[in-house]
Design a binder for this molecule. Structure first.
Ligand code: NAD
Ligand code: IPM
Ligand code: MN
Length: 360
């Protein structure tokens, strides 16, 4: 099969972790007889440095011409990097938000799985993680606070900032359907997370989710307030199967979910639209604090590449091979520093990629 993959290496640890994912993809291609054509695309700070903007129209068009896009992460230190002296619409994150919107990537899947081998890296007590957990966050990605109107102006002599949170019923319905579809292939439970005790957008969210649920009688639906959900995630993560939520809540809860799997460096992600196209990226950021040191964990990016093979190319066998290889390498005791625990072998980014590729 011919795979045309756009590659956004991005900023900070982005190039380091994407290089390892490509190493693993190349091994898969060799082993299973596929041909990969990579297109290097610039986005975020790397694009600002060359073009003065975080994403050009040409890059959007090139991304659209690919079957899927693999991305590292974009952005810099938001207090010290010169990119954050630019106006907000020219900063690295604006590129990411624009590509999500332009490609209509409304469904962001973030699977949080506690590998047996990583229990030592999980900060929760053993009795909580006994038997592991496996949950899927279905985060709405093209609406809500991220894309609402915003402005900063003086109101009655006082500087005032506005951010607005809007959802319409169609946006809620399409993401809810995705969540129920995926629940049907899993343990058939959807926890819809909102703040319906305060927000109108959450009250509409609940109503539409309940309508969608009628088409999925086999799936158990529960509603949970977001503050309680944050607490339940550390109290009893096993109770969750699919967590369905809006953009900002999903952003925050997915970082929390990542940490209970051991590290943000483990959390893969797929951003999908109604077609087979997808943007695949680790859920974490560019980690400027460790960039350039060769110590970042590439596993989230490698697992994102596996999601790409599964969702965009229907290459399930190949995706399984990557996931099995990650499990094997962890079982063999190899760890990057973020998931290191006693008695294990600490290795760097490139060696982790080598080990995972070697087992394909
Ligand atoms: P971050 O996720 O980059 O880092 C948070 C912490 O997690 C840091 O201590 C970092 O070292 C660690 N970490 C992250 N990924 C890791 C990995 N693969 N291996 C080991 N440790 C890892 O979050 P931040 O510091 O708040 O943000 C830094 C920049 O990244 C900001 O500019 C932000 O906007 C951007 N960001 C981008 C994306 C994306 O491109 N999808 C996602 C989140 C944040
Ligand atoms: C993520 C990131 C982005 C988000 C930022 C960089 C805009 O945190 O993908 O989780 O908030 O969606
Ligand atoms: Mn985030």
């Amino acid at each position: 099969m011919n795979l045309k993959i756009g590659v956004i290496k991005g900023d900070g640890i982005g190039p380091e972790i994407v290089t390892e994912a490509m190493k693993v993809l190349d091994k898969v291609a060799k082993r299973y007889g596929h041909n990969i054509e990579y297109r290097q695309l610039l986005m975020g700070g790397a694009s600002i440095d060359v073009h003065g903007v975080p994403l050009t129209d040409e890059t959007v068009a090139e991304a659209k011409s690919c079957d899927a896009v693999l991305m590292g992460s974009i952005g810099g230190n938001t207090s010290t990097s010169p990119w954050y002296k630019l106006e907000p619409s020219k900063r690295p994150e604006a590129g990411l938000l624009r590509i999500r919107k332009e490609l209509n990537l409304f469904a962001n899947l973030r699977p949080a799985i506690l590998y047996d081998e990583l229990k030592g890296a999980c900060p929760l007590k053993e009795e909580i993680t006994e038997g592991g957990f496996d949950l899927m966050i279905m985060r709405e990605l093209t609406g809500g606070l991220y894309f609402g109107e915003r402005k900063t102006e003086e109101v009655d002599g006082v500087m005032t900032a506005f951010d607005s949170l809007t959802y319409n019923e169609n946006e809620i319905r399409r993401i809810a359907k995705r969540a129920f579809d995926i629940a049907m292939k899993r343990r058939k439970k959807v926890t819809s997370v909102d703040k319906a005790n305060v927000l109108d957008s959450s009250r509409l969210w609940r109503k539409v989710v309940e309508e969608v649920a009628k088409d999925y009688p086999e799936v158990t639906l529960e509603h949970m307030l977001v503050d309680n959900s944050a607490m339940q995630l550390v109290k009893d993560p096993k109770q969750f199967d699919v967590i369905l939520t809006e953009n900002m809540f999903g952003d925050i809860l997915s970082d929390e979910a990542s940490m209970i799997t051991g590290s943000i460096g483990m959390l893969a992600s797929a951003s999908l639209n109604e077609t087979k196209f997808g943007l695949y990226e680790p859920s974490g950021g560019s980690a400027p604090d460790i960039a350039g040191q060769g110590i970042a964990n590439p596993i989230a990016t490698i697992l994102s590449a596996a999601m790409m093979l599964r969702f965009s190319f229907d290459l399930d066998k190949e995706a399984d091979a990557i996931e099995a290889s990650v499990a094997k390498v962890l079982k063999d005791g190899y760890r990057t520093i973020d998931i290191m625990s006693e008695g294990k072998t600490q290795i760097g980014t490139a060696r982790m990629g080598d080990e995972i590729a070697a087992n394909i």
